[in-house]
Design a protein. Structure first.
Ligand code: AMP
Ligand code: GLY
Length: 426
């Protein structure tokens, strides 16, 4: 039975994971590596310092939960398994689904999972020639990890030239840009479909929707995510079943057939086009910020699900129970984010917001400095509210957000609007 948990990572997702796991009757302590200004028991070990993490997990006898994708790609799970230390997350073979978009697109093609038509290019001139032969917009994606910023929508040929130059020639995302996917642009609305797999079985989380672009109305550059809510009312029961069976379960099975059992999170970023779901990308870790509203609504204890995933035993568990209302998370970001931004700005009003009912402020890019909490990253806080319904949760979250201030702070004012528009039109 789990007693201590080591949460690897420093974002809002990791704060939310630790907060939720800490409510389990079986957990006596949560440690974070490295954590942030909102978390306690922080060990100053980077998520990529696998030797350092191994030492802490062994010494403190922890079950380890990995938040971000980079250590997964570096084989943290394989290293822990070699030492017989319990850990939640996919091994290196399985995390290929997130690490390489070329791998995941070919996987989908081979297993009949719907996704946008695409071609793979290693040569910038060939990529541009292909785009010239197609109707715009088109989407250019770096093959490897790019912190959620490697997909560029090109509405003109000039934009395509600039994107290819940035990704393939200037290599803004490093070797992640050695190969690119060029794919058709899909019109529709996006859903994050996330759940836990044990290699064979899959247990879904409640649906959620992220808001990737920096400005209201989905304008501006892509970010790691500026806000999210759960559930997504536009996902009908029929659509939910289609995603569960034709995408999620099919992916878990297909990966097993390829000798890459997914034990951990399976997250599909999906575009719904005319009622049909198309996979935009797969991730092998929880969403950030989707985790914040999802876990705020989760009534079940999370611990048994993570343990059963690692042990290949999910079939023994019931479906997860959720609060019937809605949860909304709005990210407050540093001035300038997602481009260069300043750090070290003192954050005011945190306690006032935290005193409000059904509000939780999850920290991300924050750190303690003397008596103050200051900004230390691009996405700083995830203000999260639980409400009777989406409207109620949206009203609560923006009321709480008004109480928090730091120099240069910006946030989106339209989180949840797609759901409100849909519900208003019903
Ligand atoms: P990805 O990293 O592949 O999830 O892409 C990041 C974001 O870019 C997505 O969440 C969408 O908002 C947008 N995007 C990616 N691929 C497409 C596509 N084929 N059509 C339209 N938008 C896309
Ligand atoms: N919110 C997007 C992601 O976690 O990839």
């Amino acid at each position: 039975m789990i007693k201590r948990v080591l949460v690897v990572g420093s974002g809002g997702r990791e704060h939310a994971l630790g907060w939720k796991l800490n409510q389990s009757p079986n957990v006596e302590k949560i440690l974070y590596a490295p954590g942030n200004g909102g978390t306690e028991n922080n060990c100053s070990i980077k998520p990529t310092d696998i030797d350092g993490l191994l030492k802490v997990a062994k010494h403190k006898n922890c079950f380890t939960v990995v938040g971000p994708e980079v250590p997964l790609g570096e084989g943290i799970v394989d290293r822990f398994q070699e030492k017989e230390l319990p850990i939640f997350g996919p091994d290196k073979q399985a995390s290929q689904l997130e690490l390489s978009k070329v791998f995941s697109k070919k996987f989908m093609q081979n297993h009949g999972i719907s996704t946008a038509n695409f071609r793979v290019f290693q040569n910038p001139d060939d990529a541009l020639e292909y785009i010239k032969s197609k109707e715009l917009p088109m989407v250019i994606k770096a093959d490897g990890l790019a912190a959620g910023k490697g997909a560029i929508i090109c509405r003109t040929l000039d934009e395509a030239r600039i994107a290819i130059d940035r990704v393939m020639i200037k290599q803004e995302f490093g070797s992640a840009g050695n190969r690119v996917i060029v794919e058709d642009f899909l019109h529709g609305f996006e859903v994050s479909f996330i759940g836990i797999a044990d290699g064979i079985n899959f247990i879904p989380f409640a649906t959620s929707q992220d808001h990737k672009q920096v400005y209201d109305g989905d304008l501006g550059a892509n970010t790691g995510g500026m806000g999210a809510y759960s559930p997504v009312p536009m996902v009908s029961d029929e659509l939910y079943e289609m995603i569960l069976n034709k995408i999620m379960k099919k992916t878990v099975n297909g990966m097993r057939q390829e000798g890459r059992e997914i034990k951990g999170v399976l997250y599909a970023g999906i575009m719904i086009c005319n009622g049909i779901p198309y996979v935009l990308e797969f991730n092998c870790r929880f969403g950030d910020p989707e985790t914040q509203p999802q876990l705020f609504r989760m009534k079940s204890d999370l611990v048994p699900y993570l343990e059963a995933s690692a042990e290949g035993n999910l079939q023994s568990l019931d479906p997860i129970k959720w609060e019937s209302g809605s949860a909304v998370c709005v990210v407050m970001a540093s001035g300038g984010y997602p481009n260069a931004y300043e750090r070290g700005k003192v954050i005011h009003g945190l306690n006032d917001a935290m005193k409000m009912k059904d509000i939780m402020v999850f920290h991300a890019g924050t750190e303690n400095q003397g008596e103050s909490i200051v900004t230390s990253g691009g996405r700083v806080l995830g203000i999260t509210a639980l409400g009777r319904d989406t409207q109620d949760a949206v009203e609560r979250v923006y009321k709480a957000l008004k109480l928090i201030r730091f120099e240069g702070a910006h946030h989106r004012k339209d989180i949840g609007n797609q759901a409100l528009g849909y519900l208003g039109g019903l």
